[in-house]
Design a protein around this ligand. Structure first.
Ligand code: ADP
Ligand SMILES: O=P(O)(O)O[C@H]1O[C@H](CO)[C@@H](O[C@H]2O[C@H](CO)[C@@H](O)[C@H](O)[C@H]2O)[C@H](O)[C@H]1O
Length: 544
């Protein structure tokens, strides 16, 4: 229980108050979905800045510096408010996730109990942040300040005096978003870092060029420290009315696929043979049976391939900005990338060995197979190092999967350009082979059937590989239809395949680390994926 005299604002005044709050912060952070350091030991949490973003009632944006015992320091944002009496009861009842900690304020010889809460749940705070962006306001803090900026599209999206109702999005993930009456959406970055955030950077570049398949940016908030170094805090975008993300759609589509197979009494039989590599499959017509069994989703996925190619074309055309202008994939950059790939492979296999006993039985069997395949994986990376192809590297989405795409009628909008959360800002802003996104999405088509079958407690089925194979092929077909001939797309089909395979393995290794650290029950998904990239024939058999 935090204790303070007279006013909860005493937590920010004098050493006593600040020490009291700092001590409570590690426990508070551990309970937050968005806190990325749960597996690490926190040495201490410092309040680097506290900025009043609303005066009545007082609400502060805290900039927290989390210092770990054996990992690099991280910074997080925490909008902090306090509530007492009925207001505290209402927050406890209606928004229990917002409650951070109990607090006791000693006033005129009486103890007044209350709560500290995440003030993003307070509609007044949400509206004041939106107003601040509209007015390009500045909030001074104890060490730095927050600067709000609007873009040309702000007035079009948020006409003045319009009554907007802020609603915190329930799908809280790495960040926290507030939707305003279906017009705009504000995403507050929880983990912040000094420098350029690719989400904002790419969003702004594509807004300026009016790219139609990415929501346009209406404004943003940045934190400036005392040395004028800045870190993006939030981005305001056009709210895209959607039917959910493509991940949800993929799960529903696979359920439908099972229903069709069961109705036709095919589920227990073997699927028709099909080429195992998506590049071979992408050459084949998907008329019956795949088109018939997977249904119109194949056409949708093909369109997603088109949109992905259009995104890459748009990004590759930003030649007047050195941070975007395409660069050749040289021998040196292939060598550097190869080295990183091999380091990732070694680190991932060490982590697998370390956690082996914690894996489910099936996961352990797959992990043993994978460990034995280390030199095959290395060979595929080495083939990438030696490819003879003149492609350019471009800025990419970077962490592309079905959850990063919103379904809009029968089309798609691409969101979230933050890149892989485990990478540094510099790594996430690097130019890459465009196939990094193609491989990322391909992996998502493997996740879908696994997750559905797992949810049903059902056995893995060769029909899962059939669905993943054909959806990946339709996506690739749509992609190549519009990307072939571009500077970022290999002309030679053998080079294309080598590049794709190397990035598919790289992504699956990243997923293996991600699942080991976040969802150990799901490790068999990337494990199975990796084993099958090397031994594709296994795709039609039950994983051992
Ligand atoms: N422009 C938008 N319009 C409508 N909903 C959006 C928009 N951007 C994000 N969302 C919703 O917010 C969710 C999380 O968005 P995302 O940018 O991926 O955040 P995070 O970085 O927290 O994963 C999306 O799955 C979607 O439901
Ligand atoms: O939080 P982000 O969207 O930035 O991405 C991280 O979390 C994703 C999971 O939510 C993770 O994606 C992996 O799981 C998905 C299914 O939940 C699957 O569709 C993706 O293909 C798979 O990579 C992503 O890797 C991670 O960076």
């Amino acid at each position: 229980m935090l204790r303070v005299k007279e006013d909860w604002q005493g937590l920010f005044e004098g050493e006593g108050g600040i020490a009291e709050l700092s001590q409570a912060l590690p426990t508070i952070l551990q309970t937050r979905r968005w806190f990325g350091g749960k597996a690490l030991r926190i040495a201490k949490v410092e309040i680097a800045d506290s900025i009043v973003i609303l005066s009545h009632p007082a609400v502060r944006m805290l900039i927290l510096r989390v210092i770990y015992e054996s990992a690099d320091m991280e910074s997080y944002t925490l909008p902090l408010g306090a509530a007492f009496g009925e207001e505290a009861d209402r927050i406890r009842r209606d928004s229990p996730h917002a409650v951070l900690a109990p607090i006791m304020v000693r006033k005129c010889e009486h103890d007044v109990p209350g709560i500290l809460y995440d003030a993003l749940w307070n509609p007044d705070v949400a509206l004041s942040l939106l107003d601040a962006i509209g007015q390009s306001s500045r909030f001074p803090g104890t060490a730095g300040s927050i600067a709000a900026t609007s873009t040309n599209t702000f007035t079009e999206l948020v006409p003045s005096r319009m009554e907007l109702e802020p609603v915190l999005m329930k799908t809280e993930q790495s960040n926290t978003s507030i939707a305003y009456s279906g017009r705009v959406i504000l995403k507050l970055y929880r983990r912040i870092a000094e420098g350029v955030n690719p989400d904002l950077e790419i969003g702004r570049a594509l807004t300026y060029r009016q790219f139609p398949y990415v929501p346009c940016i209406a404004g943003y908030l940045e934190y400036h420290d005392r040395f004028r170094r800045s870190a993006p805090l939030a981005v305001l975008q056009k709210f895209v009315a959607n039917e959910g993300d493509a991940w949800k759609r993929g799960l529903e589509e696979f359920e439908r696929f099972i229903d069709r197979l069961e109705t036709a009494h095919l589920w227990k039989s073997q699927p028709p043979a099909f080429p195992s590599h998506p590049f071979d499959l992408a050459q084949a017509p998907y008329s019956p049976p795949p088109g018939h069994l997977i249904g119109p989703f194949l056409e949708s996925v093909r369109r997603l391939g088109n949109r992905t190619a259009q995104l890459h074309v748009a990004l590759s055309q930003i030649v007047d900005d050195p941070d975007f202008a395409p660069e050749p994939l040289t021998r040196d950059s292939r060598r550097r990338r190869y080295q990183t790939m091999v380091e990732n492979l070694t680190d991932t296999l060490s982590l697998v060995k370390e956690r082996m006993q914690l894996l489910p039985e099936n996961g352990q069997a797959l992990a043993e197979i994978l460990i034995a395949l280390q030199s095959d994986l290395d060979q595929m990376f080495s083939a990438f190092e030696n490819i003879e192809t003149a492609i350019s590297l471009i800025r990419c989405q970077g962490d592309y999967h079905l959850g990063q795409v919103l379904c809009v009628k029968d089309d798609f909008m691409i969101i979230d350009f933050e890149g892989e959360p485990a990478q540094s800002l510099a790594e996430r802003r690097m130019k890459q082979p465009a196939f990094v996104d193609v491989a990322g999405m391909t992996r998502s088509f493997q996740y879908v059937p696994f997750v559905v079958l797992k949810g049903k407690g059902a056995q893995w089925s060769p029909w899962a590989a059939f669905w993943s194979g054909w959806t990946s092929a339709a996506f690739l077909q749509g992609y190549l239809e519009l990307a072939s001939g571009s500077s970022f797309c290999p002309r030679n089909s053998e080079s294309a395949r080598v590049l794709f395979d190397a990035y598919l393995i790289k992504k699956a290794l990243y997923e293996l680390r991600y699942e080991l650290n976040n969802r150990p029950d799901w490790v068999e998904i990337p494990l199975h994926g990796l084993v099958n990239i090397i031994r594709p024939a296994d795709q039609r058999q039950q994983p051992s």
